[in-house]
Design a protein around this ligand. Structure first.
Ligand code: GLA
Length: 590
């Protein structure tokens, strides 16, 4: 059987060292009918990726995440696998030294290949990953002088001894692998695989552009909507709760346009719970509350569309919504058709009164019903993070998934939600976003500094920016926060890489997000009630001046743009800023 492995976009590196961060794609064509594409992102302490395999025209998808300890040893494995006609399985397992996966945990992919994939799925996984080989190559610096001294790494199921592979470092640029009949890999100076040769006579590996199937990897082709950057808009719930009516919606539509919010990017006007009549109509359809929405939904949607906005609506995968209005469980097809007929562009689908029926089944039913309407619709999974929707939301076809319970207009609620985002960064990306809930900016119970912190942090998290205040009476200070275009640009960066907590000093934290221009967005957060000075060395971002430049007395200067004062300065080596109590400083560094 002929196999071709083409490494396209392999390790598209920025200036950041590979150990801190890397991403890549590789493609395996095996025989006539098997195609696998893997994309991975490696941040310090975490490897995440997705593998899509097509066999006989059927596509299976696996997403995975391997968490490592401070010494780089895998300690936990999480994955979600969708197999045609078998549905979706998710699992997470802690990896111990004596786990069935085997004690030699050199190979991240191998770990679930061996121990964590349900019956029938193993053939879908190709047992060799370039990411893995590069790890191995780096783990074995070529110091020995004779081949006999070269380290050999094995992996596989050490208990049964089955299928053990070996990797031998031949010299600085060559690695042999006892896989697929034998491969000889050539490495570049950074330890990346640049080409490979078949030693056993059955395998060809060639570097080359990835085939055109790659773009379909992360988003199911039939996803109901698209959200290449996190959705931006407004939602009625945080400020108005059930006190909504068609006048509020119309006035808010007008205000979104006249305030400049629409031009700043806030294009969805989302009507949350309580728009519904208390009962379905005589035909069994959902109906708007006729006292509050006398003109009906279709007319209201037309009004909002005419202003250049898009419209979102709310329902729940339960018998009743959280405010006990009729909801969509077992009415998915009819309700999705009704929403499409009204011209709805965005559905927030909640989780109340679910009768203990499994999340994924209920959310799948509605997403499939929405897909069947063929109307492009953003689908927001509002499941509060209970069944870890970051593991399966994207596979089901959702574009965003709530990661926590409801936000409240308070500093502690906002920080509590922030803390729950740690470790989720690997799951977000174009067309699938972690949603730490809507904004409270401008609702009155936090100080200006606290709202600046809230907005800065939500931007560094790539959070959907869904304003939750009264747009009609926004103060200048609220307007300045919500419409800070440089902060919005961080949130909307096309690379879609979620920021993460780079340092946690207790009351002081540093959050960092790799930007697609090769620079970083950084938030210095002071959680305490005392002003503080917070420092960040460029080395922590992988931007240290190389040793040979330092020897020559050269120190790299970095441009630092403060996104709230709009000042640009230069720094050498260390960023140092005074950060007020309950405050933030947000900068971009290039
Ligand atoms: C849940 C959701 C909120 C809001 C309310 C409406 O609590 O998490 O965002 O939609 O329901 O009832």
């Amino acid at each position: 059987m002929r196999r071709v492995l083409a490494a396209g976009a392999l390790c598209a590196l920025t200036s950041v060292p590979l150990s801190a961060q890397a991403r890549g794609t590789f493609v395996v064509l095996s025989g006539g009918d098997t195609v696998s594409v893997e994309r991975f992102v490696r941040l310090a302490g975490r490897l995440t990726g997705a593998i899509e395999t097509r066999v006989s025209g059927r596509t299976s998808r696996l997403t995975y995440s391997v968490l490592k300890d401070g010494r780089g040893r895998p300690i936990r494995l999480e994955f979600a696998l969708t197999v045609p006609q078998q549905g979706l399985s998710t699992a997470a397992l802690d990896i111990g030294p004596d786990s069935a996966i085997g004690p030699v945990m050199l190979a991240d992919r191998e770990s679930f290949h061996r121990g964590a994939v349900p019956n029938g799925a193993v053939p879908l996984l190709y047992p060799l990953s370039i990411a893995m080989l590069e790890d191995l190559a780096r783990a074995a610096p070529p110091r020995a002088s004779s081949a006999a001294d070269m380290p050999v790494f094995t992996w596989g199921n050490q208990r049964t001894g089955a299928a053990t592979r070996a990797v031998t470092r031949v010299d600085a640029r060559t690695v042999d692998v006892s896989e697929m009949g034998g491969l000889r890999l050539s490495l570049n100076a950074r330890g990346e695989v640049i080409s490979a040769r078949d030693v056993g006579g059955t395998t060809t590996i060639a570097r080359g552009p990835a085939p055109a199937i790659v773009p379909s990897l992360t988003t199911p082709a039939s996803a109901p909507g698209r959200a290449s950057t996190p959705p931006m808009g407004w939602n009625s719930w945080n400020r108005f709760g059930c006190r909504i009516d068609e006048n509020l919606i119309r006035e808010t539509a007008d205000a979104l346009v006249s305030s400049g919010m629409l031009s700043a990017g806030y294009r969805y006007l989302n009507i949350d719970d309580c728009w519904e009549a208390q009962q379905r109509d005589a035909n069994g359809n959902l109906a708007a509350d006729s006292a509050r929405f006398p003109s009906g939904m279709r007319a209201l949607v037309d009004y909002v569309h005419a202003r250049g906005l898009q419209v979102g609506i709310y329902s729940s995968g339960g018998t009743r919504t959280c405010q006990r209005r009729p909801a969509s469980l077992d009415h998915e097809v009819a309700d999705a058709r009704l929403f499409a007929a009204w011209g709805i562009d965005y559905i927030k689908y909640d989780n109340c009164n679910a009768e203990n029926r499994p999340e994924q089944v209920r959310f799948t039913a509605m997403i499939e019903a929405v897909k069947a309407t063929a109307r492009p619709t953003v689908f927001s999974i509002c499941e509060w993070g209970e069944a870890r929707p970051w593991l399966w939301g994207r596979q089901l076809g959702g574009q965003l998934w709530r990661t926590t319970e409801d936000i409240r207009d308070s500093w502690l609620s906002m920080l509590g939600i922030l803390d729950l985002q740690v470790g989720l960064e690997g799951y977000a990306g174009p067309d699938g976003w972690n949603d730490p809930d809507m904004l409270e900016v401008g609702n009155g119970r936090m100080t200006h500094n606290e709202y600046v912190a809230h907005f800065s942090l939500w931007a560094i998290l790539n959070a959907p920016l869904i304003a939750g205040n009264d747009i009609r009476s926004m103060s200048d200070s609220t307007r300045a926060i919500l419409m800070n275009r440089e902060v919005i640009a961080v949130d909307q960066d096309w690379g879609g890489r979620q920021g993460y907590r780079l340092r946690d000093d207790g009351a002081h934290e540093v959050w960092a997000k790799p930007m697609s221009d090769g620079g970083w967005a950084v938030v210095l957060l002071n959680r305490s009630t005392a002003d503080a000075s917070i420092q960040l060395s460029m080395a922590e971002l992988g931007l240290a001046t190389p040793w040979w430049k330092r020897l020559l007395g050269v120190r790299d200067r970095r441009h630092v743009r403060d996104l709230w004062t709009n000042e640009t300065t230069e720094i050498v080596g260390v960023l140092r800023r005074d950060v007020s109590a309950h405050g933030t400083v947000m900068v971009r560094i290039r």
